[in-house]
Design a protein around this ligand. Structure first.
Ligand SMILES: *Cc1c(COP(=O)(O)O)cnc(C)c1O
Length: 355
């Protein structure tokens, strides 16, 4: 018997790295500190904007997210042609990679960094090149040295997920000066709003006079809209147009556009919540350090504990106590900053762990 014909797929598709999402919380009683989500529910004004949209879901959304683009361009002081919204900043990352890299090309990024980079790069056909962190930080010197003829994109995750560490202005400028102009540098600033160190550069300032730099931002973290899937890139016109060409039409839903706009209007109120989380990050860091933990300085809404082989045991202990954290193999756990009460519960568990 001849075997039934099967569809021909890409030869490497079964080997593609998969994104492993954080597990869903088994109940609402669990403190979910595993996915870097904002612990606060959407503001009433944001819910109202979405409610107004609900009656229109029979219609396609504005494919260009025109009003959102106009408002973002005003808020960031960049031309509207430079702003490209997408289905979460993950979606925009995929579009950017698809616009710049393909078979035979290389995409450089630090490792460990954001879990999704390897699969997004593979999906374009390009090869990920991972440069190990040095003391939990991007090793920008090694990254610059790893550039080859094939390098198309370098992603710098600033602050870095999952270590929380940020690269500073001087070192990033020196790095950008070293990278050839034909290599696109993507600054993934998913956590930008949580940065309180003035020496950590704002990517929007760095991209302005550098046509090979693009910035990624999202409404998922500080703005608390993770479930709606909306983020954006800021890039010079040639790059921005290429990214648009690779985007799924209508990728940003009407609900997401409405909520993102309402969130921009509620900026001060939302940034107050961000301020609370930043203050909690400092409190949690100090308390962990006082208990003997080695905690790298985080500029994001999470902290990183390098537990090595104890990683699964610590994550299990937390879960038994009703707190979900994110373990990464035998490297460490990433713990999202939650409400003060949630953080207290985490600190209690961590305080009892023999470090
Ligand atoms: C969470 C995260 C994103 C994803 O953001 P979405 O807009 O939800 O897709 C992108 N980059 C990094 C580094 C992140 O941690």
């Amino acid at each position: 018997m001849t075997p039934a014909p099967v569809p021909r797929l890409r030869a490497d598709v079964s080997e593609l790295p998969r994104y492993v999402p954080g597990r869903a919380a088994p109940s609402d009683l669990v403190d979910k500190l595993s996915s870097n989500e904002n612990p606060y529910p959407p503001l009433p004004s944001v819910v109202a904007a979405m409610r107004e949209e609900l009656g229109r879901v029979n219609r396609y959304p504005d494919a260009k997210s025109g009003e959102l683009v106009t408002e973002l361009s005003a808020a960031l002081a960049v031309p509207p042609e430079h702003v490209v919204p997408g289905t979460g900043s993950l979606g925009v990352t995929k579009d950017l990679l698809c616009a710049a890299a393909g078979d035979g090309d290389e995409v450089l990024f630090a490792w460990r960094s954001f879990e999704a980079y390897p699969m997004l790069v593979w999906a374009t056909g390009a090869t990920p090149v991972q440069i190990p962190l040095l003391d939990e930080r991007h090793d920008l010197k090694a990254m610059a040295e790893a550039v080859t003829e094939r390098t198309r994109v370098i992603i710098v995750c600033n602050p870095n997920n999952p270590t929380g560490t940020a690269v500073r202005r001087g070192e990033l400028e020196r790095f950008l000066d070293r990278v050839p102009d034909h290599v696109l540098v993507v600054l993934d600033e998913a956590y930008r709003e949580f940065v309180d160190d003035t020496d950590v550069p704002d990517g929007i300032e760095l991209y302005r006079d550098r046509p090979n730099v693009a910035v990624l931002r999202t409404f998922s973290k500080a703005y608390g809209l993770a479930r709606l899937r909306v983020g954006y890139a800021v890039a010079h016109p040639r790059v921005a147009a290429a990214v648009r060409a690779c985007t799924v039409p209508f990728g940003v839903s009407g609900l997401a556009q409405a909520a993102a706009r309402a969130s921009l209007h509620a900026g001060p109120e939302l940034l107050e919540r961000v301020g609370t989380l930043v203050a909690e990050r400092a409190r949690v860091t100090r308390a962990l350090q006082a208990a003997g933990w080695n905690v790298p300085d985080s500029q994001a809404n999470f902290v990183w504990l390098r537990l090595g082989s104890h990683t699964p045991a610590f994550a299990d202990l937390c879960e038994t106590a009703g707190v979900m954290v994110r373990p990464f193999g035998d490297e460490g756990v990433r713990i999202t900053i939650g409400t003060p009460e949630q953080n207290d519960r985490l600190l209690k568990i961590a305080g009892e762990w023999p470090v």
